[in-house]
Design a protein around this ligand. Structure first.
Ligand code: TXA
Ligand code: MG
Length: 359
């Protein structure tokens, strides 16, 4: 089923949401929009329903799911304890793109949701359609991003269709998502310090105002040295972070350096060389430099001065490269401050950590 709630009158949209919620309540899988990316939802308490998510995505079973709630009252039934800092973070950022890892209440969700961990990741999405759907379903909704494992997360309902048609019970089309990259996943330590397990829509700078003990990045996410091939040796605390996500089919490389003109010259040269080798080329760059590049598929990240646009466009751009059959992709980088941390984390993954340093 495809419920298009953007094109519908209020009353019809409400009926669609009720139908989709009934599918969820009955143990089905339904994709729905959130403010970050589309999620693939199922009743978090229903093991069979949760298994259908893993099956549809082709997701490794050791990778736990985020549980989505629509009201604070749902939290009590899910977690064993909420600390002071966590409470203040929820008040500040929920509904919104912040996921908190908390001690799970025994038996509250299927063990498949937590992948056997003693914690559960919870968030309340800031999206009217998501909130109404979850409330109507009347259950906590486990929902990973609604892509096939290894594909970029979906920021349009059509992306979900590309990856999951025939594998799930329905899609609620709520139009394009907002933020465009996933939620920030955090854990609050005993000392009140915040560990970012996955950078995302809420920035480290925003979180820092809520702790005296500091915000740190999970050690496993510290980027390996340039040219280092695979993931870092430490096991990430968010199991999902160890998988190479978001990789386009073509070989992607990032070009980084302090001097913008030298970076641009290097990208232009690499594109030229690739073209000469007979490759189909792609470039992912900010508007300020886009006119300098010639490639078969040119994708804009918007202005350098506005990384919200880069986050919003990133996944759709990666999907476009695949559609164009591009074999060699060059991409610019951005500073790792603010939303740039999440954008760079996704770019590094998409590029398999291949970075050309220009000085
Ligand atoms: O924005 C988002 O968070 C989207 C939308 C749909 O809400 N969802 C999403 O889910 O990105 P997913 O499954 O693609 O990513 C969940 C991440 C994974 O890296 C997973 O390992 C981590 O959260 N995670 C889930 N439960 C965890 C837990 N108990 N402890 C540590 N990490 C956990
Ligand atoms: Mg995902």
């Amino acid at each position: 089923r495809w419920w298009d709630v953007t094109a519908e009158e209020d009353a019809t949209a409400e009926k669609s949401l009720q139908e989709a919620a009934a599918v969820l309540a009955a143990g089905g899988t339904v994709a729905f929009p959130t403010e970050t990316v589309y999620g693939l939802g199922a009743d978090a308490r229903n093991t069979e329903a949760v298994e259908a998510i893993f099956e549809a995505k082709g997701r490794p079973s050791d990778n736990p799911l985020i549980v989505h709630i629509a009201e604070m009252s749902q939290l009590e039934g899910l977690v064993a304890a909420v600390g002071e800092t966590e409470r203040r973070l929820m008040e500040a950022f929920w509904p919104g793109p912040l996921t908190l890892v908390l001690p799970v209440l025994n038996g509250a969700v299927s063990p498949r949701v937590t992948a056997g961990l003693s914690t559960v990741a919870v968030r309340m999405p800031a999206h009217d359609v998501a909130l109404r759907l979850i409330a109507a379903a009347g259950c906590p909704v486990a929902a990973p991003s609604a892509n096939r494992s290894g594909r970029p997360s979906p920021t349009l309902a059509s992306h979900v269709g590309e990856d999951l048609t025939g594998r799930i019970d329905g899609i609620v089309d709520g139009g394009p998502t907002g933020v465009g990259v996933e939620s920030t996943v955090i854990e609050v330590g005993r000392d009140g310090g915040i560990t970012v397990l996955r950078p995302g829509g809420i920035t480290a700078e925003q979180l820092a105002r809520f702790t005296q003990a500091g915000v740190r990045l999970d050690a496993a996410l510290q980027q390996p040295a340039a040219g280092g091939a695979e993931a870092s040796p430490a096991a990430p605390r968010a199991p999902g972070m160890k998988y190479t996500h978001y990789a386009p089919k073509g070989v992607m490389r990032l070009v980084r350096g302090a001097a913008a003109d030298k970076v641009a010259a290097r990208i232009a040269a690499e594109l030229g060389a690739a073209k000469a080798r007979g490759e189909k080329t792609g470039v992912l760059a900010f508007d300020e430099h886009l006119p300098l590049y010639r490639a078969d598929c040119v994708q804009s990240l918007g202005s350098e001065a506005e990384l919200e646009t880069a986050a919003h466009r990133l996944y759709a751009a990666l999907r476009r490269f695949d559609e164009c059959g591009v074999t060699c992709i060059l991409a610019e980088t951005c500073p790792e401050t603010g939303l740039g941390a999440a954008v760079m984390n996704r770019l590094m993954k998409a590029a398999g950590h291949r970075v050309i340093e220009v000085d």
